[in-house]
Design a protein around this ligand. Structure first.
Ligand code: SF4
Ligand code: SF4
Length: 396
């Protein structure tokens, strides 16, 4: 049950471009300004490296307006649970730099936060109070029981439970790591809020929106040909229930199982991954509603980009060379820019197992996961979270 509530009314959404870019890529005035620190260096000098550019980027952000006299939540995805061995998250050096700048900007309190289970593993990846200088707080309390229900209407989703540490904070720094994701092609600013600022219950419900493969058990002769034909390990046989099950995270909607089935017991209907992406946009909107838009900023690291989400709790070699860091006040623009900067990448040797052939798609992550990542961008724009138009301003 809720214990405290912000006294001011939830801020109206509708984009956060007021301090954003003054010109679009196409010259219009609606584009958001996205700061870009490239990982590429022009000189072999400390001042030309990514931490130095990040320092300059932080000076350009309106951290004083966002942080002054505020309790500031720095929302990260800290990785998997306590037994994970992942290291391809945001390096603690950058988090420490950010927190120092937030404090210098006059914040009353600062804390780093993530889902209640994920926080347990933070120490293993180098995120400690000693290193960061601020507490690392389970967003929904130690038992994920501190939340505020938000009424919504989307398919079977009727409530989004926004976790207490987020709902009661005054300001939000949405610090995300850009990577691939099996269920929605990519994870970055939107997913950092939608999955990480809600309870386990809401997270589970959002995942149950996935679908698209319809299995008619009454027609099935249990030959398991579908399982053998699935190259992704998505078609699985449930031994206990003696029936087919689909693990949508791995499914690329290639139809091999459909074509292999001699009984026509499997059908593909609609875009099965779309409801999950729409659900993410909706949950992100509910999280952002709890903040004054003038007190929110998004920072996304396009470094150590991996095919799977940090929540798997393991690391793989980088899929593409490091791109850099993006920052801005428009969540749609920053996610769109991150996708555009990686769209045409080719997987580096060794970054994917040999048994992962790429499929058709307009983005690298669609070619890996079979899901169009831009669906999330379109939906975020549709529900008024911002604009996909952006203007990159590179930090030198
Ligand atoms: S291929 Fe068709 S009939 Fe055979 S197990 Fe799969 S669903 Fe059942
Ligand atoms: S559609 Fe393709 S990836 Fe998905 S379960 Fe069927 S065979 Fe596997």
């Amino acid at each position: 049950m809720p214990k405290t509530r912000k006294t001011r009314k939830p801020a109206k959404q509708g984009g956060s471009t007021k301090t954003g870019g003054s010109a679009a890529r196409d010259g219009s005035t609606k584009a958001a300004c996205i700061l870009f620190a490239s990982a590429a260096i022009e000189r072999l000098e400390a001042d030309a490296t990514l931490p130095a550019k990040f320092e300059r980027m932080l000076k350009r952000l309106p951290l004083r307006r966002i942080s002054r006299d505020a309790t500031v939540a720095v929302k990260m995805h800290l990785g998997g649970g306590h037994d994970s061995i992942g290291y391809t998250t945001i390096h603690p050096v950058f988090v420490r730099m950010l927190i120092q700048k937030i404090r210098d900007a006059g914040a009353r309190r600062v804390f780093v936060t993530d889902g209640s289970l994920t926080v347990e593993g933070a120490k293993g990846r180098g995120y400690t109070e000693e290193v960061l200088g601020v507490p690392i707080v389970p967003a929904g309390g130690i038992d994920d029981a501190h939340f505020y229900p938000h009424k919504v209407r989307y398919k079977s989703l009727k409530t989004v439970e926004v976790v207490g540490a987020i709902e009661t904070a005054d300001a939000l720094v949405n610090l995300s790591h850009f990577k691939g994701h099996g269920d929605c092609a990519y994870g970055a600013a939107c997913k950092n809020l939608a999955m990480g600022c809600v309870t386990e219950t809401t997270r589970g419900h959002l995942h149950h929106l996935e679908g698209g493969l319809v299995y008619d058990e009454s027609r099935c002769t249990k030959c398991k040909r579908c399982v053998r034909e699935c190259q992704r390990g998505a078609a699985r046989w449930n031994k206990e229930r003696d029936r087919l099950e689909i693990f949508y995270h791995h499914c690329v909607y290639c139809r091999h199982c459909v074509l292999a089935c001699p009984q026509e017991a499997i059908r593909i209907v609609g875009g099965g991954f779309v409801p999950f992406q729409h659900g993410l946009a909706l949950a992100a909107r509910e999280v952002l509603k709890t903040f004054d838009p003038a007190r929110v900023v998004h920072i996304t690291f396009l470094t150590q980009i991996t095919p799977y989400c940090d929540c798997w709790g393991f690391s793989t070699p980088s899929l593409v060379p490091d791109v850099g860091i993006l920052a801005g006040e428009d969540i749609v623009a920053i996610d769109n820019a991150a996708l555009d900067l990686t769209r045409d990448g080719e997987p580096l040797p060794g970054s994917l197992p040999p048994d992962r052939p790429l499929v058709e798609g307009r983005h690298l992550f669609e070619r890996i996961h079979g899901k169009d990542p831009y669906v999330q961008i379109q939906q975020m724009e549709k529900i008024g979270l911002g604009t996909p138009a952006y203007r990159l301003q590179e930090m030198k």
